[in-house]
Design a protein around this ligand. Sequence first.
Ligand code: DSN
Length: 431
Amino acid sequence: MYLKRHDPEMASLIEKEYERQQDTINLIASENYVSQAVLQTAGSCLTNKYAEGYPDKRYYAGCSFVDQAEQLAINRCKELFGAQHANVQPHAGSQANMAAYMALLEPGDTILGMNLMAGGHLTHGHPVNFSGKWFKAMQYGVHKDTEELNFEEIASLAAKHKPKLIIAGTSAYSKIIDFRKFKAIADSVEAYLLADIAHIAGLIAAKLHPSPVGLADVVTSTTHKTLRGPRGGIILSTKEHEEKIDKTIIPGMQGGPLLHIIAAKAVAFKEAMDPLFVTYQKQVLLNAKTLAKSLHQKGYRIVAGDTENHLLNVDIRNKRIKGFMAQEALERAGIIVNKNCIPFDPEKPWIASGIRLGTPAITSRGMGKSEMEEIAYLIDMVLTNHQDHIMIRTVKERVLQLCKLFPIPRTWDEVIINDCLKTVIEAIPVN
Ligand code: DSN
């Protein structure tokens, strides 16, 4: 490999990270494995090109091929989500949100978003984030009893504070999001509605979760979670907001677009339009359900009772272990998760009473029902014996065996779908 000769230090770090990815079970709900095609495009010569502006309206010469690449990404993105307009330049989900807020709001305006502690996101109005500093941020949460979105609270906060923008979106929430209810509340106070679908974009593209496109003024997303594309962001909007959104990204906020990443997004959008992508997403849902059921049977409380998407939040308090300790013990056993607050958590976020588990990445490796049951067993073994080094080593050996049986796929359609699990998730309402 050229890099090995040129920069052995960096080559060795990449090699080690590759081995880490191959040899661990990745349950981070926001991660996935891209195809070789996406990887190749992201590592292509398109990284060399400056192209501030948009296709056919650039500040630089030499853009004819990158213009076509970006236009392809825009067209595919619009087709995939049925959107009137797509901006594929945001470098990440946070930048997509920042641009959308800057396009629709003035500093000091009131926004209403979900509290991070209840399952929201930093950019939805947290005080340490730009969204909480630049805007007057009101925060909603979940019902204490059901741990589901508290629409009464959302409606009453909206009526009281008259936000200019309501944000519908989550990063640690396992139930279906009813975008129609959000739209009705936004309309009742004449607020803009922004849907942040970063986590569920792949499910929406596969029509396994209701879509906010057509309801929300603006929809933001990342491209690397359930959507299984390169690390980045997108903004979908109605025609009405097209010009404002585009002008906010450039010249308003970002510099040169990352054309290698934009092109890789286009490749991922094409992959997401294949019927096999739907099969993959159905398996993601089934795997999450199986994992939740298996953990529940072992005495774990699943936040909100169940999962209807790709993730589950697990309350681990009755196992006498904190979230940060669970995360650390599981990593020693080769199982990668993140600690997560549960709703109304008495602990601080860096301690946390729960863990968040997601199935997009392990489903990409072809794992199915029996592997989910086994992973639940292995998680339980670690959490109930987290100080027992021999037990941790035994679990790690089994994790390695599983990883060897299910290597990271090289191509998007290499994912092996276990036929007996191909049940359609009829229960999930689709727009
Ligand atoms: N960091 C992402 C997640 O893990 O949900 C959100 O930005």
